[in-house]
Design a protein around this ligand. Structure first.
Ligand SMILES: [Zn+2]
Length: 261
């Protein structure tokens, strides 16, 4: 075997990133805890989104002079409201996407799966599009107010949309597949390998996709402290098994089965 050095994930700096946790049965507790965090994040996302819509309503009321403020210029107030609206939309969407990586939805119904993952995008449209349309159709507002409010609304919609789209969706099936491989402990040597910023985990340390990396983390899945590092890497988006490794692994399994018969 080649003399390639790997770094134990738990012994490396990754351990410090892990939340302090003392468990007697590592795996289940970590999984249960992750689900709890997902619910908290979803509640937080919904609260932020409700605030975002409320801010939009305030901006619309100001635009139509349904409410008046005396301490600042109306246009300035509208722009401030839209910026706060944008911050709430983005913060909510980031929480929502984190929750979906901890507790993913099933992809059996593709449409529902897309909608669930892109709730942030839908809220973002709801948080800016009505404002933009109402501004454009408002006959009372002066020209400057109309132009500035429309441009700010469109820019906010675009920025919010970019942050709210789920670019890297994870399904319950994908996660179950990963956990199934882990639970069966049928991995070669019971270890997975990943790199600092890699989006895939590997089953073989000499895989062509990582063997040029300076540092390869290895994590033994029967060690709770290592399993926790894998969970953190997983939540950070390293949640897909490398195709090359998977094919190699399946081929090896098939050969093993054939030899056994
Ligand atoms: Zn690989």
């Amino acid at each position: 075997m080649a003399e390639k050095k790997t770094v134990s994930a738990a012994e490396s700096g990754r351990k410090k990133a892990a939340p302090a946790k003392k468990t007697e049965s590592g795996q289940t507790v970590v999984a249960a805890k992750s689900k709890g965090n997902a619910t908290g994040r979803r509640v937080g996302a919904v609260i932020l989104w409700v605030i975002a819509i409320a801010l939009e309503v305030l901006a619309i009321l100001l635009l139509f002079a349904k409410i008046e403020i005396t301490f600042m210029n109306t246009l300035t107030a509208i722009v401030i409201l839209l910026v706060l609206d944008l911050i709430c939309v983005i913060a909510g969407s980031l929480l929502w996407k984190q929750a979906n990586h901890i507790d993913p939805a099933s992809e059996k119904n593709k449409t529902l799966f897309w909608i669930w993952n892109n709730m942030g995008l839908i809220v973002c449209v709801a948080a800016f599009l009505p404002f933009i349309i109402l501004t454009l159709t408002n006959k009372k507002a002066d020209k400057k107010t109309k132009i500035v409010a429309t441009v700010v609304g469109i820019v906010a919609l675009l920025i919010g949309g970019l942050f709210s789209i789920e670019w890297n969706p994870l399904s319950a099936e994908q996660k179950a597949e990963q956990e199934g491989i882990f639970a069966d402990k049928v991995l070669p040597e019971g270890t997975v390998y990943f790199t600092q910023f890699g989006k895939k985990y590997h089953l073989y340390f000499d895989c062509q996709h990582i063997n040029q990396s300076n540092t390869i983390y290895d994590a033994a899945l029967d060690k709770p402290e290592d399993k926790e590092c894998v969970d953190i890497a997983f939540e950070n988006g390293c949640n897909d098994v490398c195709k090359t490794c998977k094919e190699r692994f399946e081929k090896a399994q098939a050969e093993k089965a054939a030899a056994g018969n």
